[in-house]
Design a protein around this ligand. Structure first.
Ligand code: SAM
Length: 400
C-alpha cells in the first residue's frame, strides 16, 4: 500500500505524522489517559516494548515538558482537526484552505508545568532513537537479566550482588505495548502475546510502588477472563479498555490496572515468575479467601450519560457460580481449578474522534509525509540488503 493510500485508510497514521509522533500508538495512550487519568501524580515510569518510541514521546511531553493532554486539551485539538478535515472536504472551500499536509506543533498548552524528579526508562528489543530526558535500554523483557538492568537504570546505586530484585526507588506507572511479530495463527499469536504480558507483569511487580498503575496490551482470546482474575490479585481495579484509535476489527485491547496492592508478604521474584507453575492459582485461592473478588458493574447515568462503577458488590467467585472452572492454557496446568472474572470493558476516546476502521477522503493536493522516525534496525533490513545485492525481487538478469 502506498503512503498516500495508507494516509486515506488510516487517519491516525496520517495524524501521527502530522503531529510529530513516531507511531500512531501515541493516540492509544492519549485516549487511555483521557479515560483513566493515568499520569496524575506520576513522575517515575517504565515504558516496556517502547520502540519506535511514541509512548515515550507522550511521557516526555506530559512529564518532562509538562504539557497537558487532559480530556479538554485533547478534545479541543481533535475538534480543530475535524473542522480542518471538514473544510478540506467541502467543495466550495477557498483553495488556500486546501493546504497540503505539514507537520504542526500540536501543543495546546500555553502554560506547561514540568514535573520535578522525573525518571522514565524505556526498553525494547529494537534500538530506540534517543529522546531527551529518557533512559533507553535495548533488552528482552522476557529475559531475567533485564531486571537488574532496569533496576540499575532506575537507581544508579543498585547493586545486584547485595540487593534483591525489588526496586529501592519504585515507580508509579508501568506501561507495556508489547506485541510479537504476528504470524496470523490466531492461537499462537495470543499465546505469545500472553507470554509478553506476563513478562511485563513480572517486571512491573519488581518495580511498582503500592498504589501504582500497570497498563498493558492484550490480545483478547479464550480464557482472557482468567488473566483478569489473576491481575485482580495485585490491583484494586482492573479494566479492559479499547481506545478509539485501536481498530475495532483487531483483537487488541489494553488492561488498565489501578492501585497496586500486593498480597501481604508478596515478594516479586524472577526465580519463580508468575505465569508458570502453581504460584498464581495458589495466590488466587488465598487472596479470594481473604479479599473476595469484586466484580464492578458499569452503569450509565441516565442524566449525564457518564459510566460509573456501581458501589462495590462483594462477591466471591463461589457465590457468582464462576469458580472451579477447568482451565487448560495460559498460566496453569490442566489439573488446576481456577477462577474466572470478567473485567469491565471501557471504550475510550471521544466519540467525535476519527474512526480507525474508516477511510477518509483526502484533498487532491494532499502530500503524504514521511514517518517521523523510520525503523532504526528493522528485522527485515538484512532481507532488503540481500535482495538489493541480488538485483531486486526478480534477481539479476541472466548474463549480468
Ligand atoms: N509503544 C510503542 C510506540 O509507541 O512506539 C510501539 C510498540 S510496538 C507495537 C511493539 C514493540 O514490542 C516492538 O517494538 C517490539 O520490538 C517490542 N517487543 C516485542 N517483544 C519484545 C521483547 N521480548 N522484549 C522487548 N521488546 C519487545
Amino acid at each position: 500500500m502506498g503512503k498516500s493510500s495508507k494516509d486515506k485508510r488510516d487517519a491516525y497514521y496520517r495524524l501521527a505524522k502530522e503531529q510529530g509522533w513516531r507511531a500512531r500508538s501515541a493516540f492509544k495512550l492519549l485516549q487511555l489517559d483521557e479515560e483513566f487519568n493515568l499520569f496524575e501524580n506520576v513522575t517515575r515510569v517504565v515504558d516496556l516494548c517502547a520502540a519506535p518510541g511514541s509512548w515515550s514521546q507522550v511521557l516526555s511531553r506530559v512529564l518532562i515538558k509538562g504539557e497537558k493532554f487532559g480530556r479538554c486539551a485533547w478534545q479541543d485539538r481533535e475538534a480543530k482537526f475535524r473542522q480542518q478535515m471538514l473544510k478540506v472536504f467541502s467543495s466550495d472551500e477557498a483553495p488556500e484552505q486546501q493546504k497540503p499536509a505539514v507537520r504542526t506543533d500540536t501543543s495546546v498548552d500555553e502554560n506547561p508545568r514540568p514535573r520535578g524528579d522525573v525518571k522514565i526508562v524505556s526498553i525494547d528489543l529494537q534500538p530506540i532513537s534517543p529522546l531527551p530526558g529518557i533512559i533507553t535500554l535495548r533488552a528482552d523483557i522476557t529475559h531475567p537479566a533485564t531486571v537488574p538492568l532496569l533496576l540499575k537504570a532506575l537507581d544508579p546505586d543498585y547493586d545486584p550482588e547485595t540487593m534483591n530484585q525489588q526496586a529501592s526507588q519504585p515507580v508509579d506507572l508501568v506501561i507495556s505495548d508489547g506485541a510479537p511479530d504476528v504470524t496470523g495463527l490466531h492461537d499462537l499469536d495470543i499465546y505469545v502475546q500472553s507470554q509478553l504480558l506476563f513478562a511485563a507483569l513480572n517486571l512491573a511487580l519488581c518495580v511498582l510502588k503500592p498504589g501504582g498503575k500497570f497498563v498493558a496490551k492484550i490480545f483478547r482470546g479464550r480464557n482472557v477472563d482468567l488473566l483478569y482474575a489473576q491481575l485482580k490479585i495485585f490491583f484494586e481495579k482492573v479494566y479492559v479498555a479499547k481506545p478509539r484509535s485501536s481498530r475495532a476489527s483487531s483483537v487488541e485491547a489494553f488492561i488498565v490496572c489501578i492501585n497496586f496492592q500486593p498480597p501481604e508478604g508478596f515478594k516479586a521474584s524472577l526465580e519463580e515468575p508468575l505465569g508458570v507453575g502453581s504460584r498464581l492459582p495458589r495466590m488466587l485461592a488465598e487472596r479470594n479467601a481473604v479479599v473476595p473478588i469484586v466484580a464492578p458493574v458499569l452503569m450509565q447515568d441516565s442524566e449525564t450519560g457518564a459510566w460509573n462503577d456501581t458501589p462495590d458488590r462483594p462477591q466471591t467467585a463461589d457465590e457468582s457460580g464462576i469458580s472451579d472452572v477447568e482451565v487448560d492454557d495460559l498460566s496453569t496446568g490442566p489439573q488446576d481449578k481456577d477462577i474466572r472474572w470478567v473485567a469491565p470493558f471501557v471504550a475510550c476516546g471521544d466519540l467525535s474522534a476519527f474512526d480507525s476502521d474508516a477511510s477518509y477522503k483526502l484533498p487532491e493536493d494532499h502530500v503524504s509525509l514521511d514517518p517521523v522516525q523510520p525503523p532504526t534496525a528493522p528485522p527485515y533490513k538484512r532481507a532488503i540488503e540481500l535482495r538489493r545485492a541480488n538485483g531486486g525481487a526478480y534477481g539479476k538478469p541472466p548474463g549480468k
